[in-house]
Design a protein. Structure first.
Length: 235
């Protein structure tokens, strides 16, 4: 009675790996095989690496396996059967994996889209809040007076003096408590008659929220002075 039992050994190597090991054991290069069998080297590399999807379709792949196996003096029928089994398994695995891959891409795309939308909404909110704060700050700031005539220290021989300029955020403008008309662009232009001697013109721009801006201009009307003389600011 035998003390040993016989078990069939199942190889975990692919047919491509077995073909490669047999070729390497015989000391034959892929270039030599391609030259002898008239099979492109890239197809032989695809066979040995198990990339069966890179082989031509139909029976061409099977013929390549059969021809390669016979060249290496291996059982061609067994090699072809192994090739068919492995190719079928690879196709089934690809068919199952592809929907999972596509679903994963859809989920990632949706998550990415939602994140992008949220970021866009948040950025828009920040921009809107910044604009609102800037607008409120502008409204609450004191008005600005920009005077184009006369100069702050001005000497003239003509009692008729032009007061002109531009205002920003001014609700009303007065000259020595006398209202001056402001147009829709904030511009004003008014001619006044001043007495001879030194006059102090007080321009007051009134803001909408109780903040005022005051500017003072010193004008001297001299009968013996030139028609228009502009003096530098006193320091």
């Amino acid at each position: 009675m035998s003390l040993f039992t016989t078990k069939s050994i199942i190889s975990t190597q692919t047919i491509g790996e077995r073909l490669r090991k047999t070729r390497e054991g015989l000391g034959i290069s892929l270039v030599q095989v391609a030259h002898q069998l008239l099979i492109q080297r890239r197809y032989l590399e695809s066979i040995e690496s198990g990339q069966y999807s890179d082989l031509p379709g139909g029976v061409y792949g099977e013929e390549y396996i059969k021809t390669y196996a016979r060249f290496l003096r291996m059982d061609a029928a067994v090699c072809v059967r192994s090739f068919k089994t492995e190719r079928t398994y690879a196709l089934m695995h690809r068919a199952v994996s592809m929907p999972l891959f596509l679903n994963a891409r859809r989920v990632l795309f949706r998550v990415g889209s939602i994140t992008a939308v949220r970021l866009a909404v948040a950025l828009f909110g920040v921009m809107l809040a910044g604009y609102a704060l800037a607008h409120v700050h502008s409204m609450l700031s004191a008005p600005v007076i920009s005077l184009s005539a006369p100069a702050q220290y001005y000497v003239t021989g003509d009692p008729q003096v032009l007061i002109a300029g531009h205002t920003i955020r001014a609700h009303a403008l007065t000259f020595n408590n006398v209202p001056i008309l402001i147009d829709s662009n904030g511009d004003f232009r008014e001619s006044v008659t001043l007495p001879f001697g030194l006059s102090v013109l007080t321009l007051t721009a009134q803001g909408r929220f109780g903040k005022d801006t005051v500017m003072r201009v010193f004008v001297r009307v001299a009968g013996d002075a030139p028609d228009v003389v502009v003096l530098q600011n006193a320091s």
